[in-house]
Ligand binder design. Sequence first.
Ligand SMILES: [Zn+2]
Length: 388
Amino acid sequence: MHRLVQEHPTASAKMVFLEDKNLDMQHYNASTLCTEVAAIFVGDNGEPPDNRDICVYPVGDTCQSISPLNQWCDPVTYPLLFPRGECSWNTGMEHVEERRTAKRTRVTQLQYYAYRLSQRNGFSILHSSVPKAGLPHAHILLTLDSESKIRTKDDIDKFESAELPDPCTDLRLFQLVTKCMVHDPCGTININSPCMRDGQCCKSFPKQFKDDTEENVNGYPIYRRRVTEPVQVGKYSIDNRWVVPYNPWLLKKFNAHINAEVCASVKSVKYLYKYVYKGHDAASVKIQKEGALDHDEILSFVEGRYVSAPEAMWGLNEFNLSPKSHTVVRLAVHLPQQQLIVYQDGQEAQAIEPAALRKTTLTSWFELNKNNPSSQHFLLRYSTILCV
Ligand SMILES: [Zn+2]
């Protein structure tokens, strides 16, 4: 972009997301929110680049580079976050007395931004300045123990509902469902709804009425949605076809939109692992001069990591993207007395003696099982491993 502006000072440039069918679309999916604030950077393995090349163009002067560590850099780059043009973080910024430790007296860049962007007394600088950019949310898959598994359609009806509750029996639940769990009417009622793709609701609303829950259709149940009198929610008249499945207990506990679904097929496991291991979001973009149709005008293709505002906030608050309980070590499996030995020609005998005494990850594992009573339930023998 910088090069294009330098070579064509009067041209306006734009960045175009490429949707190439040959790319893994889980990885390279283009943003569906055109107002989403995001950063795209090219770096090793998705890591943020060490150096940013920031140039300013003083009026009537040539381009000048400034250090990203300069305390005037951020007020110039993000004027909405520094409305009075105040200085941002600098390398000498110190902690207040009570937060200093022997090791650290200076404020890190991460701490500074976590502080600036956090919410205080209901106010956040982000809410005041950034357009709606998608709400932070989490996808959580719970595996229940065999005693608690949801197996029958009666179990499903006990924990899940896709119906408006009776306000006479449970007024609070009724208020919560109508506030948080109704899919905004779309389709012919509201053709411009954000869920509409090619004239269809991407979440398949409105659903069909159904007298009884049906278990496991393509891995998900079809929930009961009985025909009842519609109720007025805002400007729309709503019935059970528009309710997003919810768990009444969770909804009352958290007072928030929580779509809870029962998934009982191996497909959901596959989905989860794909989701966890797909890696960071990426973008394939090209920079081109505004209005240019000629392919020769495309100056560069960029493969980059795509970081949305919610993901950036998640990182600034130092939350983990995925939890890790412990390190998994692969054992060097070998038969008894057949440990791997490396020796030099003619020194076989000298090599065998220490190798016989040396512990391998496998022999240490057996040793641990033998001597540590708390690991007895993990007890494994050669035969067990070989059977696996
Ligand atoms: Zn819809």
